[in-house]
Ligand binder design. Sequence first.
Ligand code: AGP
Length: 608
Amino acid sequence: MCGIVGYVGSRPAVPILLQGLVRLEYRGYDSAGVAVTGARGVEVRKLAGRVPALASLLGATPVAGTCGIAHTRWATHGAPTQVNAHPHGDCGGALAVVHNGIIENADVLRPQLERAGHEFAGETDTEVLAHLIEDAPGETLEDRVIAALAHVEGTYGLAVVSAAEPDKIVVARQGSPVLLGIGEHGMFVASDASAVLEHTRSVVYLDDGDIAVLRPEGYHVLDDESHVRVREVADLAWDLEAIELGGHEHFMLKEILEQAETTRGTLRGRLLFDEGTARLNGLNLPRDAAAAVQRIVLLGCGTSWHAALAGREILESLTGIPAYAEYASEFRYRRMAPLPGTLAIAISQSGETADTLEAMRAARAAGCRVLGIVNVVGSTIAREAQGGIYLHAGPEIGVASTKAFTSQVVALALLGLYLGRQRGMPADEGRELVCHLAALPGLVTHALAIEPEVRVLAERYADARNALYMGRGVNFPVALEGALKLKEISYIHAEGYPAAEMKHGPIALIDENMPVFVVAPKDPVYPKVVSNMQEVKARGGRIVAITTEGNGDLRGLVDHQLRVPAVTPLLSPVLTVIPLQLLAYHIAVLRGCDVDKPRNLAKSVTVE
Ligand code: AGP
């Protein structure tokens, strides 16, 4: 949700903190701030607004020091104002805290602290932490942080600095992601790897309940009784180029255009031609466990839930196992009767989405075997799942998810192939699917060539106020995804529907002002989709059809066709979604929207 970063070492902290915030800004971007310890104690600079504005403020009122923490915010408690921006201090300004998460009992703790004489400056839940630490007993800052956290309920990834120990940062994790970076000239803390990648590849992922103490010369990890905990040092696989724009105007466009490479990355080393199956090393689902699966529950939020919906069709078709796609946020609170033989699959780009993580934990508690399909290596869902598939799609910086979706569909097809072959799918059928998958990245390159045509078409729809998206079968989720992309980056109201559902209500919305985007590749349900388009046409609706190259049927019926290469139907979402991603992108650019950081959104939703 928010992004935190910290540095303690031999170099000036401010430039390192600001660069870290630039990298983390996709996590939340309504206000920002830094706190640096030095000769004048703890100095804080913060404001409502973006990181460049904070950099100007620091230019005008500089602070000096080699130890500091910083924050970029996505407001949950308290409006995005200067006083509610992080860092938050105690009454005397002798310490400062940055926090990602929610202090659920802040409403109880705050009046207690106020009665004890503490004065609060803002309305955030986080400020409670600063005053709790101020009040807490203990010789060292870490002692006081541990004592303070004993009163706290909720989630946090936090970092604290103090005037009393100016070359120390204390970090704590409960529910929100935090990693440490081991650098040559100092130690780093951050919400994710993008903030430390240009300084180090050596990172330590903290677990829930960890308290870390960072000094210029190193770090140690403690538990809540100050016993030392040993944590593994991991090596980051990404390179800096992956988190740079690389000459593109926006990360979203860069990530759309790199989908041939990213789907190739998801397939790399996983296709076994002779055996006609997939090799999924991290899956941890041996033959007997695969045979014991009676049903599959796919869990996700937003775009990942759309991938889950497509995955339901793909897995049922390839394995014959009943599959269900569930909104993780609903599933986690449902009373789930333990059903032996249930395989739960948590789908998440970031691997940190709180609802998906908790839904996975609930499924596990109900006796399910839990797998993760995740992009971010070392993320919480990846580390807690019993096995899984990494997407290897590289970092996704644009808030609107694009390349993760196509790689999620590819990963689900690989899983379906593996499970299907374990459960009686003939080798020939497996080999055929392996060939289709192997050819997919090339078809993606082909589909992306449509970009200039979409850029022109976008001009016709940039002033739309509403839009409808329709699809059937495995392309119904693509209609949902197209609508979500348009909504989240252009702020045009849009809805996706199973094409046949339109007659049961949405058809009332159709007139000459309602653009209708129909996902209609040539597949077994294509004739049905054509009749749905005729129903729209009969009401004067404007239709843009996403269809298969060489399909001449739709002339006279639709206003515009966007064609993608032919492919086996189950894999078609990887291609049909591309024109819709590009359309949403170009419409948003034409409307002057901030495509990479759309209003009110954040890349990783780590709070409920
Ligand atoms: C999609 O464009 C959005 N950013 C959002 O719906 C996202 O898909 C959702 O928050 C799930 O994120 P995850 O895949 O990281 O779990």
